[in-house]
Design a protein around this ligand. Structure first.
Ligand code: DGL
Length: 275
């Protein structure tokens, strides 16, 4: 019997685990494969070409593992590689498979959280400079006033587990103050990088009563559920084993230790090499 398909979740490193956790909470019965390209993270400060090449390699790996649908649980990859993969690569390499990102699901929902209409976006340099959030929000919610802040050191701090050091705390606080110095009326801040929910409590402590901090995992999970309802051809191609497998380009012991801490249960990953 032909094996049924899986859902792949791709990130540059640990960040996508925050999305996977939310997706599995919403859709626990499908089989999942998580792939973190930890050895080559962070992506945020890299060139467009490199991010595109790395992301496409990750997507192809997940397709070869039997994924019918891949979620780019990485804003940087969604901003820089998603459109080209959807429009140029998919029709050529896997016309029946799908790749989705995290920017659209977040921009569709963010307006429902703000009262002032002033929204802050925190992301990597790649995401912020791509202008993807500004572009999407100007179409979906043109009444919002949006302020972006790049936090180029946050992903390295999280990948290297350095965010609780004195320097780490100072960097995080200083980037947050820079965002609020742009406008005092910001009452909603979107964590537009899937690594950032890992330090959500630190962010909330620093921001205090000024704004609500919104993470993307639950938004992406709810939209994925809706997507599968609207696309029975994809839904029917998926298995129902509820299995989860983890792959990383880093050393397994390093990944397992930190991923288990972030994910909340023991993770046993397999190391792979891409190129
Ligand atoms: N989690 C990725 C994102 O959402 C981090 C990108 C990076 O590796 O810099 O943007």
């Amino acid at each position: 019997m032909m094996q049924k398909g899986k859902i792949g979740v791709f990130d540059s490193g640990f960040g996508g685990l925050t999305v996977l956790r939310a997706i599995i909470g919403e859709l626990p019965n499908y089989p999942f494969i998580y792939f973190g390209d930890n050895a080559r993270a962070p992506y945020g400060n890299k060139s467009f070409d490199l991010i595109y090449d790395y992301t496409l390699e990750g997507v192809k790996f997940l397709f070869n593992q039997g994924c019918e649908l891949v979620i780019l649980a990485c804003n940087t990859a969604s901003a820089k590689a998603l459109r080209t993969i959807q429009q140029k690569d998919l029709p050529r390499i896997a016309p029946t498979k799908r790749v989705l990102g995290v920017i659209r699901p977040s921009t569709e929902e963010i307006a429902s959280f703000t009262r002032s209409g002033y929204v802050g976006i925190l992301g990597t340099e790649g995401t912020v400079n791509s202008g993807s959030y500004l572009m999407e929000l100007s179409k979906i919610s043109p009444n919002l006033t949006v302020f972006q802040q790049a936090c180029p050191l946050w992903v390295p701090l999280i990948e290297e587990r350095q965010y609780e050091t004195m320097a780490g705390k100072m960097i995080i606080a200083s980037d947050l103050e820079q965002l609020f110095s742009k406008n005092k009326e910001i009452d909603t801040v979107l964590l537009a990088c899937t690594h950032y929910p890992i330090i959500k409590s630190m962010i909330e402590q620093t921001v205090g009563y000024r704004a609500k901090i919104i993470e993307q995992g639950p938004l992406v999970a709810a939209k994925l559920k809706e997507y599968l309802r609207r696309h029975p051809e994809i839904e029917n191609s998926l298995g129902l084993s509820g299995e989860i497998a983890f792959f990383t380009t880093e050393r397994e012991d390093y990944f397992n230790e930190h991923a288990s801490e972030i994910y909340g249960t023991m993770i046993k990953a397999q190391q792979i090499q891409l190129s």
